[in-house]
Write a protein that binds this ligand. Structure first.
Ligand code: ZN
Length: 301
């Protein structure tokens, strides 16, 4: 009976425990995995991978989650692990699930880092992201959620955390038009942002042909670990990139064939990429959006 009472008293605190779980994948590298949820269905702000890397001088955060609340939870966790300053907050691309936690780090006065086109895409999308925030996460926007980079990367740049440096590479339009990869030279860990999806269906907001080219470039990295934008960390980044390449090239071929055969977009949405159905989480909803995005562009080829 005493035991039962104890459990009952503990339950409310457990229910409200909101700590994010991180896993140390390599010394000084911690990764949190978000849930595979669509942004329009029960999103909650925690769907992408969030990482932090600790050097001798300080810490870099790689993506901050999809709401200031998730960002604050990330910061809280970091503070439990290390008291070193948070020197850099890196955004791998513009999408709200990866950047809307930025505000939680403002007080640390970090250098915000992103692709050289990130600030303009953030500015274009700020209003819609902030308008959507309350329906996405149940908390209305206050206006400071979208923080643009103060350090931008047009091609490559290196940042130093003390005893470990991160190489940043910006890419032309691929998954989005603001994609940047991060490579830790010490552990040979590669963060791809959403240039690589594992498990979850890859979604396109940039250029499918450009993305296929970038996949080839990412395959050149000699990695021990790869952290995708969504999905599990892998020691076999090449296989994961190969799976994504297979989906994207299947989709590209199917849509091109449909256009050549004179099939309309509505019909193509039902058929293109269908051989990949069952291989990816959230396939139907994401694949439909992908066809709707690439079909009109490919019509002009
Ligand atoms: Zn994402």
């Amino acid at each position: 009976m005493k035991k039962l009472l104890l459990i009952l008293t503990l339950l409310p605190s457990l229910a409200f425990a909101q700590e994010l779980s991180f896993k140390q994948i390599s010394p000084g590298i911690h990764v949190h995995h978000g849930e595979h949820k669509d942004i329009d269905v029960g999103y909650g702000g925690d769907i992408c991978n969030i990482s932090f890397v600790i050097g001798k001088k300080g810490i870099a955060v790689i993506d901050t989650g999809g709401s200031p609340k998730v960002g604050a939870q990330v910061r809280e966790f970091i503070r439990k692990v290390s008291k070193l300053p948070i020197l850099y907050v890196i955004n791998t691309h513009v999408h709200p699930d990866h950047v809307l936690g930025n505000a939680a780090f403002e007080a640390d006065r970090p250098i915000f880092v992103g692709h050289s086109d990130l600030a303009s895409f953030m500015a274009q999308r700020k209003e819609s992201y902030l308008n959507n925030l309350s329906s996405w996460v149940g908390i209305p926007a206050v206006g400071n959620e979208v923080i643009p980079p103060s350090l931008t990367v047009a091609t490559t740049k290196t940042i130093d955390l003390g005893g470990r440096s991160l190489n940043l590479t910006a890419y032309p339009s691929a998954h989005s038009s603001t994609d940047m990869a991060v490579f830790d030279t010490k552990s040979k860990t590669l963060w791809t942002g959403d240039l690589l999806f594992i498990e979850r269906a890859p979604s396109i907001d940039g250029d499918i042909i450009g993305w296929l080219k970038v996949i080839d470039q990412l395959s050149e990295f000699k990695t021990t670990l790869t952290v995708p934008g969504h999905g599990a960390v892998t020691a076999d980044g090449r296989t994961a990139l190969g799976n994504e390449q297979r989906y994207l090239s299947t989709l590209l071929n199917d849509v091109r064939t449909a256009i050549k055969d004179g099939r309309g977009m509505e019909e193509t949405i039902k058929t293109a990429g269908q051989s990949e159905s069952g291989k990816w989480v959230l396939f139907d909803i994401v694949n439909r959006r992908n066809v709707a995005l690439i079909y009109p562009k490919l019509e002009w080829e």
